[in-house]
Design a protein around this ligand. Structure first.
Ligand code: ZN
Length: 161
C-alpha cells in the first residue's frame, strides 16, 4: 500500500477517456489499495484512477458510510436534483456550485469481478457522478454555474472528491 501522487490542474491524464479494466488481478487490487490510502490521506470522499495518472475505469468513494471500490462503473439511473458546492482533490482549495441529480444508481464490478448495484443519495450520489465524470476526462469545473442569490456558500472548504 502506498500513497500515490494526485495530478492537479492542467495534467493531461485528467482530460482523457479511461479504458475499461479487463483483468481482475493483483495489480488491480494494489491500485485499489493505493487509491483508498491516497483518498483517505488527502481527506477526500472520492478518487478516480486518472487522478493518480492511471487511465483505467476505477474509482474509490467513501462518504462516511464505508469504502466503495467501483470498477468499470456505470450510472444507470438518476433522479431528483441537488444544488451545492463541490470540490476535487485535483483542484485543491477550490470549490464551485454544481447542480446534480440527487439519487443515483451505479452499477460496477468489485475487485473480485462481481457486478454490484449501488444506490446513492445526496453527497454519495454527487461523489458517484463526480468520479464517473473523471473516467470520461471531465472535471467538475465544466459544470460549475453561479449560485442563485441568497444561496449560502460553505464557510469551510467543502469536501473534495
Ligand atoms: Zn475530482
Amino acid at each position: 500500500m502506498a500513497i500515490r501522487n494526485i495530478f492537479t490542474g492542467d495534467a493531461e491524464c485528467l482530460y482523457k477517456v479511461a479504458k475499461p479494466v479487463e483483468k481482475f488481478d493483483a495489480r488491480l487490487a494494489a491500485l485499489l489499495d493505493d487509491m483508498a490510502d491516497t483518498m483517505y490521506h488527502a481527506d477526500g470522499v472520492g478518487l478516480a484512477a486518472p487522478q493518480v495518472g492511471i487511465l483505467r475505469r476505477v474509482v474509490v468513494i467513501d462518504c462516511g458510510e464505508g469504502l466503495i471500490e467501483a470498477i468499470n462503473p456505470e450510472i444507470i439511473e438518476t433522479s431528483g436534483e441537488q444544488c451545492g458546492y463541490e470540490g476535487c482533490l485535483s483542484f485543491p482549495g477550490k470549490s464551485g456550485y454544481v447542480v446534480r441529480p440527487n439519487e443515483v444508481v451505479m452499477r460496477a464490478y468489485n475487485r473480485n469481478g462481481e457486478l454490484i448495484e449501488y444506490r446513492g443519495e445526496g453527497l454519495l450520489a454527487r461523489a458517484m457522478l463526480h468520479e464517473c465524470d473523471h473516467l470520461d476526462g471531465h472535471v467538475y469545473l465544466e459544470k460549475v454555474t453561479e449560485a442563485p442569490e441568497g444561496f449560502e456558500a460553505p464557510e469551510e472548504d467543502c469536501e473534495e472528491e
